[in-house]
Design a protein around this ligand. Structure first.
Ligand code: GLN
Length: 475
């Protein structure tokens, strides 16, 4: 039986599985092979996780597989540097402009700063800022700073992360390009510490292991302004979160940033291990993993998945202006209303005894995927204590197509569970949209599929709820 939101057969999991299926066929791209550990990854693996703003996680595919975080570590180390030194000091060392070049390009701006914190040059500089600003750095100091870094990353993920020692050793022994970058920056006076210590810290941070669930939680922690909703812990400030979202938007996907913002519109960061971390402000954290990479070093299926999430679920950050973040305006049972006068005395007495079994959810604002997801989850939580759900949408302005299908799907799956769903839709917002969908797609009958019962006023819906309740009344 399909549940609204819980478990593998939920409506939302169904959407995610559909997206996973659409992307699974693409076998283009190449697994990173600059070190043997990455080359050995199973190219067919695929995982997708979403974390809602209250910390609830949906996952499909290989979501238990651990892989190295690689460049998705860059926003986190940048956050640590900002927290420790403040933006002025950090900005003096690391620029904020998209480079339009590959992640490992040896490039600096006219002030000889790395162009941004999402390319290797900027990330190595961010790591250097965490170390003692001294040319001689003891090995134990690097260990101490790395322990703090692991603690910070783990607080973002809500779980203790561990290092992949083999990847670390390989990164370190093959990292000539990164070494060249660090020494070049050092020669420009950008690195205030021992460049080898900065590199060591950078190689270690890249070698931390994550799952797609971890990425989704890190994504939602950024999206929630630095507060991890699963642990309730504030890991970094809102100001820092705003910066991370900004640089992820402009520089997170390297030289494809303009196309990314236009076609996907989700602040994101990729890693050569095949992961992509997405963060939709105030709404969702996203983790995707599939090892084959495109020419930019971004996961092919990961990019495709983000395109689908954006298009199919309406997740582009500029999707639509919303009136309000508060989608559920109020929840109450029909005890708020007098029992209708048209029933007999016995029936009225019976109805008074079951007012709390019919619950009203008043919604407001514009409805998108994540709004409907949180409404459905709320209904899921309450469902055992009621038989009739009345959804009132007179204050809803825009319902985007996927939200519309979710409302209908939610209604159908509640019906399957023996619940009755009544919809108060005075302006016909839901039905209009479905008829338009029917015209556009040429699919006959979309608007006639068994919809929740529709009413124009709350009085009509309450009267209908009463008739339903009387079906169970003793004769
Ligand atoms: N360890 C890799 C490097 O520094 C990380 C790069 C990436 O994920 N884009 O080259």
């Amino acid at each position: 039986m399909t549940s609204l939101t819980e478990g593998r057969t939920s409506l939302v999991a169904g959407y995610l599985q559909h997206i996973a299926d659409q992307c699974a066929g693409d076998r283009s791209g190449k697994v990173a092979d600059y070190i043997p550990e990455l080359a050995a990854a199973d190219p067919e693996q695929y995982g997708l996780s979403l974390c809602a703003h209250d910390g609830y996680i949906y996952s499909v595919g290989d979501t238990a597989t651990e892989f190295t975080i690689q460049s998705m570590s860059k926003p986190l180390t940048y956050a640590m540097a900002l927290g420790e030194h403040g933006p002025d000091i950090v900005d003096a060392k690391i620029g904020l402009e998209p480079s339009g070049e590959a992640f490992n390009e040896i490039s600096v701006d006219s002030r000889r700063r790395p162009r941004n914190p999402m390319i290797n040059a900027g990330a190595i500089t961010a790591a250097s800022l965490l170390l003692p600003q001294d040319r001689e750095v003891r090995a134990e100091s690097v260990d101490e700073v790395f322990a703090e870094l692991v603690e910070f990353y783990s607080a973002c993920a809500g779980r203790v992360l561990t290092i992949d020692d083999d990847v670390y050793r390989s990164e370190k022994s093959t990292g000539s390009r990164n070494r060249a970058i660090a020494y070049m920056l050092d020669s420009f006076g950008v690195i205030g510490t021992d460049p080898d210590a900065a590199l060591d810290l950078y190689f270690r941070q890249c070698s931390l292991r994550v799952t797609t669930d971890d990425l989704a939680v890190i994504g939602i922690t950024i999206a929630c302004g630095g507060l991890n909703p699963r642990t309730g812990r504030r890991v970094f400030s809102r100001r820092t979160a705003q910066r991370l979202l900004s640089v992820m938007t402009t520089c997170g996907m390297y030289d494809g940033a303009g196309d990314w913002v236009t076609s996907v519109g989700i602040p994101a960061k990729s890693g050569v291990g095949g992961g992509i971390l997405g963060s939709l402000p105030g709404q969702l954290g996203i983790g995707v993993f599939s090892p084959r990479l495109d020419d930019h070093g971004n996961s092919v299926r990961g990019v495709d998945t983000c395109r689908h999430l954006s298009a199919d679920l309406g997740l582009h950050m500029f999707n639509i202006a919303r009136d309000s973040r508060v989608t559920i305006r109020s929840v109450y049972d029909i005890g708020e209303f007098e029992v209708g006068p048209r029933w007999t005395g016995t029936h009225r007495a019976y109805l008074r005894g079951c007012r709390d079994r019919a619950r009203v959810y008043e919604l407001q604002g514009d409805l998108t995927f994540s709004d409907v997801e949180s409404v459905l989850r709320r209904i899921d939580r309450d469902i055992d204590s009621c038989d009739i759900v009345i959804v009132e949408i007179s204050r809803v302005d825009v319902i985007d197509p996927v939200a519309r299908r979710m409302v209908v799907g939610g209604g159908l799956s509640l019906a399957e569970r023996g619940k009755r769903v009544l919809l108060v839709d005075p302006d016909g917002a839901l039905r209009d949209g479905l008829s338009r969908l029917e015209e556009r797609t040429g699919l006959p009958g979309v608007s006639k599929i068994e919809l929740p019962h529709m009413y124009s006023t709350m009085e009509e819906a309450v009267a209908a709820a009463e008739s339903i309740q009387l079906e169970g009344a003793p004769q």
